[in-house]
Ligand binder design. Structure first.
Ligand SMILES: C[S@@+](CC[C@H](N)C(=O)[O-])C[C@H]1O[C@@H](n2cnc3c(N)ncnc32)[C@H](O)[C@@H]1O
Length: 334
């Protein structure tokens, strides 16, 4: 039986037992939860005796988790900061701290998804917003290329055909990405994109009347990933987080999108290799030692009972990596 104690009306965390098994928080362990959400994973870690620092770019998540974890905050074992996890090393209070464990549970929470005003879902009439960090509105409502500031509507109304095609193809695995990009451009020439219905209309026009919720969910997710610069943030955050792990510290990532999972998989594999020189190079000239080891050889998925209870868990892939206990005293050369 999976534990439902950490669920809340805000969000039901996935793979809680598996996360605890990967991070193995000892009493007093210093853990960074980079995606606090409703605080479910943090609560499990706090109950295990860890000290938790939570980050979330969404102010509502911060407020919700702080209210839920108030007793731990009063006791000095929990604190929270509103920040994108990619900027964690710019938080002055965290300067110089090495973490025994870091968790990233990517994507959006159920509450964000269900809140019609946020525009993450394709529910009828929802505004095409999708920004996780509502502070990042540019002064003129214009777009920032790093994914900050622009809404999904702005992206659909401003991006050129090549950019739209890349978003639909790379983030949405859409075989008709080029046609969908052209359809978006054709439609916005008549009337700008404003609500979910406008984008659903464009998808239906290209994918046909048999397209349905699965297609809408996939392409809305692609748009959300672009709006929030999610893959770029993950790719940049992972090495920085690795460098802020204490010896034998663990980095755990739960991904819900194949692109996110690939980034974590490749990073963890590469860091675990003892030589990263090109295969044909005779003399090793690289770091010549692994930086740590994989804890999960394959992604860990939720079991049948959890996916029946929490459909969100179906697409969750957990990967974890442990940093070397000590840096090798001298690099080995071949
Ligand atoms: C799946 S939910 C996390 C749920 C959480 N583990 C729990 O137990 O409730 C993902 C959360 O991460 C936040 N988030 C996503 N990407 C982020 C980023 N780059 N930086 C900070 N927060 C992020 C979202 O706002 C959302 O609240």
């Amino acid at each position: 039986m999976t534990d439902t104690r950490f669920d809340s009306a805000y969000h039901a965390p996935v793979l809680v037992a598996e996360v605890l098994d990967a991070l193995k928080p000892k009493p007093g362990a210093n853990i960074l939860d980079g995606t606090l959400g409703g605080g479910g994973h943090s609560l499990a870690l706090l109950e295990a005796g860890a000290t938790v620092t939570g980050l979330d770019q969404d102010p509502e998540a911060i407020a919700t988790a702080r209210a839920r974890l108030a007793s731990f905050e009063s006791a000095g074992t929990f604190r929270a900061f509103q920040s994108n996890f990619v900027d964690f090393d710019q938080i002055a209070e965290l300067d110089g701290i090495l973490f025994d464990g870091i968790l990233l549970d990517l994507g959006v929470s159920s509450h964000q998804f269900d809140d019609e005003t946020r525009g993450f879902s394709f529910r009828e009439g929802a505004p095409l917003d999708m920004r996780m960090d509502l502070r990042r509105q540019t002064a003129d409502g214009g777009r920032q290329r790093d994914g900050g500031g622009q809404t999904a509507a702005e992206l659909l109304n401003d991006a050129d055909e090549a950019e739209l095609k890349t978003i639909f193809k790379d983030f949405g695995d859409e075989p008709k990405a080029g046609r969908l990009a052209r359809e978006v451009i054709r439609r916005r020439g008549n009337r700008p994109f404003e609500t979910s219905d406008d984008f659903v209309g464009a998808i239906r026009a290209v994918l046909g009347p048999r397209s349905g919720p699965g297609d809408f969910a996939r392409l809305f997710q692609a748009l959300r990933i672009a709006v929030n610069g999610e893959l770029d943030a993950l790719a940049r955050a992972l090495p920085a987080m690795r460098d802020r792990l204490a010896p034998a510290g663990v980095l755990a990532v739960i991904a819900y999108h194949s692109g996110e999972d690939r980034i974590a998989k490749h990073a963890f594999r590469e860091w675990s290799l003892s030589c990263i020189c090109p295969p044909k190079q005779i003399m090793c000239s690289c770091r010549a030692h692994s930086l740590g080891a994989l804890i999960t050889r394959k992604a860990v998925n939720a079991g049948a009972e959890e996916t029946a209870r929490n459909p969100r868990a179906r697409s969750a892939h957990l990967r974890a990596w442990r940093k070397e206990t000590q840096a090798p005293s001298s690099a080995r050369k071949a």
